[in-house]
Ligand binder design. Structure first.
Ligand SMILES: Cc1ncc(COP(=O)(O)O)c(C=O)c1O
Length: 396
């Protein structure tokens, strides 16, 4: 019993009433399927909810190297990187990641959330220190929560442009042209809840004209898109952030860019300085993923083809998948309760698809987020499409 329990309960009740309360629902994975153990009926479902787009979380090489490095080097890094936590393994993986991304250097973080939330304030502090004025942060409205959190932590009021609307961004850059301070444009390359892409070459051109630094979050493109799965921003972003927790099948995150950038972050990003270094098992999985990912062109092509097949089916039934062109296929539903009911119906039909609701997405845009993976074949995509159409009744 804590002093604030009645307030906690009231806040949760409010969420319940709004249809946005969340709960943790354990799953068990067996032979590539998900089994819910909560209801005791052992129902097996195909996973179209998680971000393991290439199935690497089960890959034998990643398992072996993670286990091997844990056995050889221990289970913990024991300290922050700046104390005594830096192992040769960290630098080995950072160098390999930098080569994969075609950048001078890379620096690892414990998670993607932690990277965005602490790199953003570090970059904003640079503007104040060097110009005496706050950083002007131009950000896509649909950027991930961790990027918004980073700006809030920096005390910066973002200048938000309409989602993927580069004319709007251009007008905002022009409006602020005379303001002092450094400038930064922040976007995702593949938007996590919409599955659409930012136009990185056009953003690069705008950034060059405005003298702005370009920050690209490649969480959902890394491993999946671009040549050899290197993402969409190679050679174009000043800073690329990516996670190792999605298509790379592990955990952790990286920032890739110039050597001075990575060195600056090692000195100024609190999530790097004041947090224990990634442990050997996690590093082993990342190291192995970097060996495997460049060789998965066939899987990447299949994934994109399957997503196209699914979209075509859903569109044929009048459903909207927004502007998705990637392995993330949202099915727009509207109200939270209806999205929850559709997701529950799909579970009964053997598919785990999670309903995404406000505040994760804007009000009135609750959706199913179908996250495909390379192991799906034509037959399973067709069954999924038919089940979604049956549950929604078609026409978004
Ligand atoms: C666009 C984006 N950035 C960052 C993150 C955070 O990454 P992680 O899960 O590694 O903390 C996510 C996670 O969902 C994401 O979708």
């Amino acid at each position: 019993m804590s002093l604030l329990d009645s307030h906690f309960t009231a806040a949760l009740t409010q969420r319940e009433a709004a249809g946005t309360r969340r709960s943790l629902r354990p799953v068990v994975r067996q032979d590539g399927m998900i089994v819910r153990d909560g209801n005791g009926d052992g129902r097996r479902m195909l996973d179209v909810s998680s971000n393991d787009y290439l199935g690497l979380a089960d890959h034998p090489l990643l398992r072996e190297r993670a286990a091997d490095w844990a056995l050889r080097f221990g289970t913990g890094a024991r300290a922050s990187r700046l104390v005594s936590g830096t192992l040769d393994l960290h630098r080995q993986v950072e160098t390999k990641m930098a080569a994969f991304k075609g950048c001078e250097d890379a620096i690892l973080f414990a998670s993607g959330w932690q990277a965005n939330a602490s790199v953003m304030p570090a970059l904003c502090a640079l503007s104040v220190a060097r110009t005496g004025a706050p950083m002007l942060v131009f950000s896509d409205r649909l950027n991930h929560a961790s990027l918004h959190h980073g700006c809030a932590a920096a005390g910066v009021r973002q200048i938000r442009f309409r989602h993927n609307d580069l004319s709007h961004l251009e007008s905002l850059l022009a409006r602020e042209a005379e303001k002092p301070g450094l400038r930064m444009i922040v976007t995702e390359s593949v938007f996590s809840m919409d599955g659409d892409r930012a136009d990185i070459p056009a953003l690069r051109a705008l950034a060059d004209r405005a003298g702005a630094f370009l920050y690209v979050d490649e969480a959902h493109a890394t491993g999946v898109l671009g040549p050899k799965g290197r993402g969409l921003s190679c050679g174009m972003a000043d800073l690329t952030m990516g996670t190792c927790s999605k298509a790379l099948g592990g955990m952790g995150a990286y920032i890739a860019g110039s050597k001075p950038l990575c060195d600056y972050l090692a000195n100024h990003a609190s999530g790097f300085i004041y947090s224990t270094a990634l442990p050997p098992a996690v590093l082993g999985a990342i190291d192995a993923a970097l060996d495997v990912v460049p060789n998965l062109d066939e899987e990447r092509a299949r994934l994109i083809e399957q997503a196209e097949r699914l979209r075509t089916m859903l569109h044929g039934a009048g459903l909207s998948t927004a502007d998705s062109t990637t392995q993330i296929v949202p099915v727009l539903i509207g109200e939270s309760e209806r999205a929850m009911a559709v997701a529950a119906g799909l579970e009964d039909a053997g598919f785990l698809t999670v309903a995404i609701r406000p505040p994760t997405v804007p009000p009135g845009t609750a959706r199913l987020r179908l996250a495909l993976h390379a192991g799906l074949n034509d037959a399973s995509i067709d069954r999924l499409g038919q089940a979604v159409i049956a549950q929604t009744g078609g026409a978004s």
